[in-house]
Every structure is written in structure tokens, then in C-alpha cells.
Design a protein. Structure first.
Length: 372
């Protein structure tokens, strides 16, 4: 993902007098463009600081290589379902994607820019600075912490990959409100004095733009990410407060934590086997692995109703950009994974991760034909 700040226009209309030939009187002078407000200046400066930070090789790779649950609409303002290169005709984005875009559309241009750069800083803090050596709090008010802790332990014991070093870290919209946390983030690329100033500026922007709600606007952490081996912060999963809040509002609270973590852990299953496809199978595969884990007797052991709810959750985060899979394709992938667990002769046998990947790759062309 990338963030490209849009500089404010500094084109001014020259003040002059136009002679009205017929009336012989002077027309009113054209007004100069309004000067940027102090908030606009702060947002623009924070964008410049962020752009400089992400030029640092280790930091740049974090944003480039991590695998997001959703192709973030926050970093792509104004995206439309149709009419853009790569868009799928007749496809309607999932409900959650549409919800994100409506929330973003309700913001002014300056608020959108502020949300985008603050989201990027929150992502970097969770990706590079934070770690699970300190207690992690999941959910805006910590309400998802017990479920997240239980789910990651279950996943570590289920899949046959190296798991002890996969950290689960909270991705919080309020992190950028802390000048200390932001100082640590900017210190990854800046000298101490500049890092402190940039950290203070980030906190100032979070508090001076009312729409950001002091960091509690869900747009500031509306995603989840898997960071591969070799990342600056090591192997990890980031679980966003904003994503969980919005998924809960859409009625998927019962399956949100386990479903999202199942998908992100699925990326680590792929990482362990050096499986990094660039097409939709790179996201639909983790959907399928999550479905297998969630339905399996030795996994989450969800019942039929909850498995169906996970299918609808998967559909809600489908896109129409040949990126992560359409709503129908993502739902089909998760459902296929669940069926692999339910149809086993021995319901207690856990098929090896390599075998699950191989089976999915064979099924993938059929899943891509899913339309409903």
C-alpha cells in the first residue's frame, strides 16, 4: 500500500480590474484562494514526515510485504466498483467494503488525508514497534481480548508450522494519539529530535481533527494484516480495533475474531511453505484454510450456523478489483475449506498444511467461477 499526499493548490487568481466595455465600470476583483488553515498545514506536514519515514528500507518493506485482510479503501480514496482498470463488470463489493467507503466519503478532503496518514502510522507502530511481550488489548475497549488470546493459541496448536514466533499484536486507532508511541515509530528512520517533533505532530493531528475522534474512528484501524518472515517486526498478525468494531456492527460479532485470525494465520501457513501467489488465490487460500480450522473437530469446532455466518463474513470483505476475490469467490473458498473438514472419514484427523494447500490449489479454478 502507499500513501501519496496531495499538496494543497497554491495557485492564486491575480487581483485586477476588468473594464466592462458596455457599462464602462470596473468589475469586482477576483478573490484570492483561501489560505490553508493551521489544521491543513499540520496534516500536510505530517504527510511529508510520513513520506520521508516510509523511504527507509526496512519501513518501506513493512507496508509493501504485509498481507492485509482487505485491500484498504482508506489508502484508495474515491475507488469505484466499476469504471476503473481491473474492475469486474457487474460485481458489487462486499457490504463491509461499501461501509468503509461510505464512512470515508462522509469526511472532507482534509479529514480523509488525516485519516489516511494516521492509519498508516498506526499500522507502522503495530508492525514494527509494538510486540506481544506486553499485554495486548483487542477491541476499542478491550472487549475482544479473551477471544483473541484463546483463538491464537488454538491456531498455534492446530497447524503443523513453526508457530512460537508468530506474534499477535493489537492494531489500534488510538496509538497515533500517543506522542511517545509515535516518537518510537518515527525513530525507526529519524534522528531523536526530529522523531520527537514528528511524534508530537501526529498526536496533535489526531486531537485537532474532530472527525478522528481522538483515534476512535474505526477508519484508523479498519484492517488486519499478516507480516511475513523477515519483516522489520518479525512474523506477526495485526488485529485492528476498527475492523472488529465495524464487523460487529454488521452482525458478525460472533465470528469476527476467530474468522479474521483464522484467515491471517492462513497467510502464515502459506509463508511456511513459500507459497505467495500474486492472484486471488493468495487471499482465497487463507479463507479456505480458515474454513477448515473453524469447522474441524480439533479446531474451533463451529456448528453449521456459525460456519454459515463465517461464509457471509467472508463475502462481506470481497472486492471487485481482481485483488482479494469477489464476495462470491471468498464465500466459496471458506465454505470449501469447511467441507474438507466435515467430509473426512476421521473427523479428528488434522490433514497436513501442505496437503490442504495442494487440495486448494487444485480446486481454485473452480472456486473462481463462483458467482453467487
Amino acid at each position: 500500500m502507499s500513501l501519496r499526499p496531495r499538496t494543497l493548490s497554491r495557485t492564486f487568481v491575480a487581483v485586477g480590474v476588468l473594464v466592462a466595455a458596455a457599462a464602462g465600470t470596473a468589475a469586482p476583483a477576483a478573490a484570492a484562494a483561501p489560505k490553508p488553515s493551521s489544521v491543513e498545514k499540520d496534516v500536510a506536514q505530517l504527510e511529508r514526515e510520513f513520506q520521508d519515514l516510509v523511504q527507509v528500507p526496512g519501513v518501506a518493506s513493512v507496508l509493501r510485504d504485509s498481507k492485509p485482510l482487505i485491500e484498504s479503501p482508506i489508502f484508495k480514496p474515491g475507488r469505484e466498483a466499476e469504471g476503473e482498470p481491473g474492475a469486474i463488470p457487474g460485481c458489487t463489493p462486499g457490504a463491509l467494503i461499501s461501509q468503509f467507503e461510505k464512512l470515508q466519503a462522509s469526511l472532507t478532503e482534509v479529514e480523509q488525508r488525516a485519516a489516511s496518514v494516521v492509519d498508516g502510522l498506526n499500522n507502522l507502530y503495530a508492525s514494527v514497534v509494538a510486540n506481544d511481550k506486553s499485554p495486548q488489548v483487542f477491541g476499542t475497549d478491550g472487549q475482544y481480548t479473551p477471544r483473541a488470546t484463546a483463538a491464537i493459541e488454538k491456531l498455534r496448536g492446530f497447524w503443523d508450522i513453526e508457530s512460537w514466533n508468530i506474534q499477535l499484536v493489537a492494531y489500534k486507532g488510538t496509538d497515533a494519539a500517543s506522542p511517545e508511541k509515535m516518537k518510537e515509530t518515527f525513530a525507526r528512520g529519524f534522528a531523536p529530535e526530529r522523531a520527537a517533533a514528528a511524534g508530537a505532530l501526529a498526536s496533535k493531528v489526531v486531537h485537532e481533527v474532530p472527525a478522528l475522534q481522538g483515534g476512535r474512528n474505526p477508519l484508523l484501524s479498519a484492517n488486519a494484516f499478516a507480516a511475513p518472515p523477515g519483516s522489520a517486526g518479525g512474523k506477526r498478525i495485526l488485529l485492528g480495533d476498527g475492523l472488529l468494531d465495524l464487523v460487529g456492527q454488521d452482525g458478525f460479532g460472533d465470528v469476527s475474531v476467530e474468522g479474521v485470525l483464522g484467515h491471517e494465520y492462513g497467510h502464515h501457513v502459506d509463508f511456511a511453505h513459500d507459497n505467495s501467489p500474486s492472484d486471488e488465490s493468495g487471499e482465497m487460500g487463507p479463507d479456505a484454510y480458515a474454513g477448515y480450522f473453524l469447522a474441524h473437530a480439533k479446531g474451533a469446532a463451529w456448528d453449521a450456523r456459525t460456519q454459515q455466518e463465517f461464509g457471509y463474513l467472508s463475502a462481506s470483505i470481497g472486492d471487485c478489483e481482481h485483488s482479494h476475490g469477489t464476495p462470491a469467490q471468498r464465500k466459496a473458498a471458506g465454505t470449501w475449506g469447511a467441507q474438507q473438514a466435515l467430509k473426512q472419514d476421521n473427523p479428528n484427523k488434522i490433514v497436513s498444511s501442505a496437503t490442504v494447500i495442494e487440495k486448494f490449489q487444485k480446486e481454485y479454478p473452480k472456486l473462481m467461477k463462483s458467482r453467487a
